[in-house]
Design a protein around this ligand. Sequence first.
Ligand SMILES: *[C@@H]1O[C@H](CO)[C@@H](O)[C@H](O)[C@H]1NC(C)=O
Ligand SMILES: *[C@@H]1O[C@H](CO)[C@@H](O)[C@H](O)[C@H]1NC(C)=O
Ligand SMILES: *[C@@H]1O[C@H](CO)[C@@H](O)[C@H](O)[C@H]1NC(C)=O
Ligand SMILES: *[C@@H]1O[C@H](CO)[C@@H](O)[C@H](O)[C@H]1NC(C)=O
Ligand SMILES: *[C@@H]1O[C@H](CO)[C@@H](O)[C@H](O)[C@H]1NC(C)=O
Ligand SMILES: *[C@@H]1O[C@H](CO)[C@@H](O)[C@H](O)[C@H]1NC(C)=O
Ligand SMILES: *[C@@H]1O[C@H](CO)[C@@H](O)[C@H](O)[C@H]1NC(C)=O
Length: 435
Amino acid sequence: MISHVQLILLILAIISYYGHESIAQYIPPFTSLVAPVAKHTDSANPLYSAQIMTKYVNSQFIHTNFLIDMEAPFTWYDCVVQWNIYPGSCPGNTVCLSPVSCEEYQCTDVRTSTLDHYSSCPPVTNSSTLPGWGFCSCPVTFVNPITGSCGEALLNYDELWFNGTNGRIAFPDFMGVYPNSACAPSSAFESFPKNVSGVLAMSSSPHALPANLFGVIRRSFALCLPTSTSSPGVLILGSSPYYLDSHSDVDVRSFLSYTPLLNNIQDTFGYYIGVNTIVIRKRSINVPPNATTKISTLVPYTTLRTDIYKQVVRRFSKVTKRLQPTKLVAPFGLCFKIFTNGTRAGLKVPDIDFGLGNGMKWSVSTANSMKQMTQDVWCLAFVDGGVTSEHVIVLGTFQMEDNFLLFDLVNSSLGFSSSLLNKGTSCASFNFTGV
Ligand SMILES: *[C@@H]1O[C@H](CO)[C@@H](O)[C@H](O)[C@H]1NC(C)=O
Ligand SMILES: *[C@@H]1O[C@H](CO)[C@@H](O)[C@H](O)[C@H]1NC(C)=O
Ligand SMILES: *[C@@H]1O[C@H](CO)[C@@H](O)[C@H](O)[C@H]1NC(C)=O
Ligand SMILES: *[C@@H]1O[C@H](CO)[C@@H](O)[C@H](O)[C@H]1NC(C)=O
Ligand SMILES: *[C@@H]1O[C@H](CO)[C@@H](O)[C@H](O)[C@H]1NC(C)=O
Ligand SMILES: *[C@@H]1O[C@H](CO)[C@@H](O)[C@H](O)[C@H]1NC(C)=O
Ligand SMILES: *[C@@H]1O[C@H](CO)[C@@H](O)[C@H](O)[C@H]1NC(C)=O
């Protein structure tokens, strides 16, 4: 599966970093890679990005922030493709990469596998040639996850660099991952949060980042979204123990319950789980057996199809009788006036449990169910997805913050922790300062 160019890049990368040591066989001193995850609130909805090293210049890496997307078929970002990358040919802050030509199998591969995904976009052509050798490049279609508009980017041979980790601290050692990504013009990122200029495909697509993990780095990743914009959460590729507090001996895996990951549903590359009931204080709301529950890092609040939403709101009002309902704040359907002196301390509502068939439940407790709108107004942070919504449930980011999620693509399982706050830690506790 690995192309010549990728292989050469890989060898060069290893030689360039470990050249000073005589290493016959490279075995990295870690089994996982790590990236900080930032929360951005300068967009209509909160969005989350991973910080990745994209270019080595003047003995330092340039870092780029990539929007985390669980459905994108491939990664694309603000970079340019160039046939001849010789020293000095690539301006300082620009990331320059080798193009995939329209005649290479990778081009056909990416185009074919994304055909259904982007059927609403105009078809791509081979018209583009590049200065240099004059060969054709490989334009591919992308959909901007923020505006929904179609765009065209040029497929490349990418090199994304991550620091290694033992699951406890970030090492200064790094390792490359080599997917075929695509370079889009800077204008494609105008609608993005400030300082975010890429989309990181974390989907189950054969061209997304997880599919490009191999060897000692297991095809698996952990995602822990932060609540605050000031302390980063964490994305960990590969498998290892996970310690969110470097002084703790508690492996986060001991907090996890598992449920099967159902992917490749309805021609998408997203991740789905089987929720068959929503339980609020011992009363169950049944979810139809053929219904799908999608996990999204772009949807801000969990959306429920109208029939389910209404039952959840009715039941939740019943179990929160002591709270005083108040005027609704869009997009929510149940809000309360609560005098908590502007803090979440003291506010405690019953859990909303998502029952997952095999007896496991994902508990949504106060921190992930109640959104503070003003000093005294709090709303149930679930949204009505409409009568005909494609997915009965779309799990959104407000419910994922400070929850540890382990997507294991080898075992097709999702490990989930429910709120880490109830376990005395948070997604912002990973130690990036390292050694
Ligand atoms: C933009 O992002 C890069 C990479 O994460 C970071 O090094 C830089 O400080 C950021 N700049 C601003 C103004 O936030
Ligand atoms: C682009 O060129 C390649 C190689 O010549 C060819 O196989 C492919 O069908 C062309 N694609 C389009 C959309 O014209
Ligand atoms: C990787 O490690 C180096 C050295 O410790 C550090 O300067 C850099 O910020 C780290 N990169 C990321 C993305 O965490
Ligand atoms: C789901 O099941 C319901 C009734 O059990 C049926 O009416 C509906 O067509 C099914 N939907 C799909 C997508 O299979
Ligand atoms: C409410 O908060 C303010 C400022 O944070 C503080 O001065 C005041 O004592 C608090 N009142 C109560 C009843 O806790
Ligand atoms: C993967 O699944 C197998 C069999 O179900 C299990 O023994 C193993 O522990 C799982 N591995 C991980 C890393 O979860
Ligand atoms: C992070 O790790 C370093 C190196 O092990 C350690 O010195 C430091 O105290 C840790 N920081 C925190 C906040 O735990």
